[in-house]
Write a protein that binds this ligand. Structure first.
Ligand SMILES: Nc1ncnc2c1ncn2[C@@H]1O[C@H](COP(=O)(O)OP(=O)(O)O)[C@@H](O)[C@H]1O
Ligand SMILES: [Mg+2]
Length: 299
């Protein structure tokens, strides 16, 4: 784990991504590491889980919806400075529709993650991200990194145009070129990082039908992008020594699923975390999970 600097946790809703990424971050801080835990889940719970501050751990909650809204507002503001009110109204409508466009929130998350991680790279030993990018997001990151030549051409043309403006004494510096160049540099760097050995993806699942299928999909998407996983976390495994008939029956079904997980995800290290008798809230409860995680990763 030592060399993995960026760790994404992913899986179906409710399997325990937020819990496990929090416990994992806590575990890293116990090893003396400085960690930034980033959540992109709109139903934010990091601040609920961490009832007290943990030294060497910072929390960051990104709200994709808000980020998209802010982009749109900013774009409209810029447009309204240079266009007639009628045009602005038309353009505004188009921009507003962007808010609902598929992928808008994913793009916003990529923008924010790339900005945060690259600008604070030296500050932290690890960046832990609650909620993994789907195959679609990863594809997007890869695509963006490949549009380098295209952006290059755009920048070249823009520069040519502005040198013409400059010659006619109309403009000195070009913000558009600056913005495009910054974006190209940042996203290319980010893609290199995501597709390097410094980044890893950790599927979280429960020994149940739907989470297993979701994990199959996630691994397939990662494989399609030539990305592997180092380990997966099987969360909410029933404790040993249950006696009651009802739980024994559940335990037998669970054993079948655990066998299935073993077979379908052969070659991937698996860390099991037991179901607790209460929801995992507060640093004290997280410490127990962190301990289980640590032992599982060792063994
Ligand atoms: N090992 C566990 N034992 C008991 N409750 C758990 C465990 N892991 C997670 N939970 C609880 O399950 C619920 C969903 O977990 P959460 O981490 O929010 O999932 P996700 O982020 O994947 O949606 C939360 O109420 C959490 O406290
Ligand atoms: Mg969550």
């Amino acid at each position: 784990m030592e060399e993995k600097k960026v760790v994404f946790f992913g899986g179906k809703g409710g399997v325990g991504k937020t819990t496990v990424s929090s416990a994992f971050s806590l575990m890293l801080t116990q090893e003396g590491k400085k960690v930034l835990l980033i959540s992109t889940d709109p139903a934010h719970s990091l601040s609920d889980i961490f009832d007290t501050e943990v030294s060497n751990l910072d929390l960051l909650e990104i709200q994709p919806e808000r980020v998209v809204r802010e982009y749109v507002e900013r774009a409209i503001e810029v447009v309204s400075q240079v266009m007639s009110p009628d045009t602005v109204r038309e353009v505004e409508e188009v921009f507003r529709s962007v808010e609902e466009a598929p992928g808008a929130e994913e793009s916003a998350v990529v923008e924010e993650l790339s900005k945060v991680i690259l600008s604070r790279w030296e500050e932290y030993d690890h960046f832990v991200i609650d909620t993994a990018p789907t195959g679609h997001t990863l594809q997007m990151i890869r695509t963006v990194s490949k549009v380098g030549p295209w952006l290059e051409e755009l920048i070249r043309r823009r520069k040519k145009a502005s040198s013409f403006w400059e010659a006619s004494g109309r403009r000195k510096e070009d913000r558009v070129v600056e913005v495009l160049e910054e974006r190209r540099t940042r996203l290319t760097k980010f893609a290199q990082l995501i597709f390097s050995h410094l980044t890893t993806f950790v599927p979280v699942l429960n020994p149940e039908r739907l989470p297993i299928e979701e994990t199959v999909r996630m691994l397939k998407a990662l494989k399609g992008l030539h990305l592997g996983v180092d380990f997966m976390v099987i969360n909410k495994v029933l404790p040993e020594g249950v006696r009651e008939e009802f739980f024994l029956r559940r335990k037998r079904q669970e054993e079948e699923y655990l066998r299935e997980i073993e077979e379908r995800f052969r070659g991937v290290k698996k860390v099991k975390l037991h179901l607790r008798d209460r929801d995992v809230m507060g640093v004290q409860a997280l410490k127990e999970i962190a301990q289980e995680l640590k032992e599982g990763l060792k063994g």
